[in-house]
Design a protein around this ligand. Structure first.
Ligand code: NAD
Ligand code: IPM
Ligand code: MN
Length: 363
C-alpha cells in the first residue's frame, strides 16, 4: 500500500501535535511494509508571514496531488485584527473548498478510561458514542453577500443552502447511521430560519431512502443542552456548518478534552483530515498540547484513505491502552487529584508509538 500525504501543520500547537501523528503513522507504515510519501507545506499564519498568503499556491497544488491531506491547526493572536479573507483561517477555508469534501465527520466518544477526567458524571457519559456529520462547505461560512460596511456601521453574512447541498450531506449521514445504531438526529433552527426549514424538509425527503434509520429533529439551542444531559441518546448527529462547529467543540466535554477529537472530511476530490481543536496559542510551544486528537486523526487517514482498517484500529487501541496505563497530558489530568502520570506532547506521542509497535508486532 502506498499513500501520498500532504502535511500542512500550520500554527501554534499544529506542528507539535502533527509531528506526533506523523511519527505514529510512519511507525505503522514501516511495520506493515506500506509506503508513506510525506510532503510538508505551509498554511495559515506561518504562510502569511513567509509567503504573504494563508494558502500558498504550492501548498494547494501539492494538496490536490495527494491521496490525503493532514492539517494541524491555523490561527494566531497576531492576526486577530485582519479582515476574514486575510486571516490564517481563510487558508483553511480555501483548502477545504478546493479539496471539495462537504461531509466533516467528527466522532466523539467517551473513553471509559477518561470518565474520571470529564466534568460530566461517569453515569452520564458512560457508553456515549456520537458521530457528528457537519456540513463543511455551505452556510454562513461561504454564503454571499458578506461584508462589514464601516461607512454605514453595518455588517452582514448570508446563511445559504441549496437543496442539493443538503441532500448530499444527508445521504452521507444516513449511510453512516445504517452502519451504526440506525438513529439520526438532525439539528436546525427551523422555528426561526428559512434555511433551516429547507434543511429539515430536505432531510425528511432523504430519510425516505433509508427506511431502516430512525430520524429525529432537534433545535440547536435545546440540542446543546441535551448533549450534556443525555449524550448516550445520540448516534449520528447531522447539522449545518456553524451549528456543527459549535456542537462538536461542546462534545469535547464528553471525552474530557478538545485535544482528544479527530475529524475526517469526505465526499470531495481529496479527503482532508484535521483534529477538531485549533492552534491553542495559550499553550503553544510549551509541550503541553495533547497529541491524541491528531494521532486519532492519523488513524482516520488509514481507515478512509488507506483502507487499512486493522492499522487504524491498532492506533485507536494503543491510545486506549496508554490511557488505561494512567498516562495523561495536562488538559486531561487537570489538577490531577488521581495522581496520573502527566506527560508532555512528545512523551505522549512516543508512548502511543511504542504501544502500537507492540500491538502490531504481536498481532
Ligand atoms: P482552540 O481549539 O485553539 O483552543 C481552545 C482551548 O482548548 C484552549 O484553552 C486550548 O489550550 C485548549 N486546547 C485545544 N487543543 C488542545 C490540545 N490539543 N491539547 C490541550 N489543550 C488544547 O480554540 P481557540 O483558542 O478559540 O482558537 C485559537 C486559534 O485557533 C484561533 O485563531 C482559531 O481561529 C483557530 N482555530 C483553528 C482551527 C483549525 O485550524 N482547524 C480550529 C479551531 C480554532
Ligand atoms: C474548526 C475551526 C474552523 C471552523 C475555523 C478555524 C475556520 O473552528 O475546524 O472547527 O470554524 O470550521
Ligand atoms: Mn471549531
Amino acid at each position: 500500500m502506498k499513500l501520498k500525504i500532504l502535511v500542512a501543520a500550520g500554527d501554534g500547537i499544529g506542528p507539535e501535535v502533527t509531528n506526533e501523528a506523523v511519527a505514529v503513522l510512519k511507525e505503522v507504515a514501516q511495520l506493515g511494509g506500506h509506503t508513506l510519501e510525506l510532503d510538508a507545506r505551509r498554511i495559515g499564519g506561518v504562510a502569511i508571514v513567509q509567503d504573504g498568503t494563508p494558502l500558498p499556491a504550492d501548498t494547494l497544488a501539492a494538496a490536490l496531488d495527494s491521496d490525503a491531506v493532514l492539517l494541524g491547526a491555523v490561527g494566531g493572536n497576531e492576526f486577530n485584527s485582519l479582515a476574514p479573507d486575510k486571516r490564517p483561517e481563510a487558508g483553511l477555508l480555501a483548502i477545504r473548498a478546493a479539496l471539495g469534501g462537504f461531509a466533516n465527520l467528527r466522532p466523539a466518544f467517551a473513553f471509559k478510561e477518561l470518565a474520571v477526567n470529564s466534568p460530566l458524571r461517569p453515569e452520564i457519559i458512560d457508553g456515549a458514542d456520537i458521530l457528528f456529520v457537519r456540513e463543511l462547505l455551505g452556510g454562513l461560512y461561504f454564503g454571499k453577500p458578506r461584508e462589514w460596511n464601516r461607512m454605514s456601521g453595518e455588517a452582514w453574512n448570508t446563511m445559504r443552502y441549496t437543496r442539493g447541498e443538503v441532500v448530499r450531506v444527508a445521504r452521507v449521514a444516513f449511510k453512516l447511521a445504517q452502519g451504526r445504531r440506525k438513529k439520526l438526529t438532525s439539528v436546525d433552527k427551523a422555528n426561526v430560519l428559512e434555511v433551516s426549514q429547507l434543511w429539515r424538509a430536505t432531510v425528511i425527503e432523504v430519510a425516505a431512502e433509508f427506511p431502516d434509520v430512525t430520524l429525529e429533529h432537534q433545535y440547536v439551542d435545546a440540542m446543546s443542552m441535551h448533549l450534556m444531559n443525555q449524550p448516550r441518546s445520540y448516534d449520528v448527529v447531522l447539522t449545518e456548518n456553524l451549528f456543527g462547529d459549535i456542537l462538536s467543540d461542546e462534545s469535547a466535554v464528553i471525552t474530557g478534552s478538545l485535544g482528544m477529537l479527530p475529524s475526517a472530511t469526505i465526499g470531495g476530490k481529496i479527503n482532508l483530515y484535521e483534529p477538531v481543536h485549533g492552534s491553542a496559542p495559550d499553550i503553544a510551544g510549551k509541550g503541553l498540547a495533547n497529541p491524541l486528537g491528531a494521532i486519532l486523526t492519523g488513524a482516520l487517514i488509514l481507515r478512509h484513505s488507506g483502507e487499512l482498517e486493522a492499522e487504524a484500529a491498532a492506533i485507536e487501541a494503543s491510545v486506549r491502552k496508554v490511557l488505561e496505563q494512567g498516562f495523561r497530558t495536562p488538559d486531561l489530568a487537570r489538577s490531577n487529584p488521581q495522581g496520573f502520570k502527566v506527560l508532555s506532547t512528545i512523551e505522549m506521542g512516543t508512548k502511543v508509538r511504542e504501544t502500537v509497535k507492540t500491538l502490531l508486532v504481536s498481532a
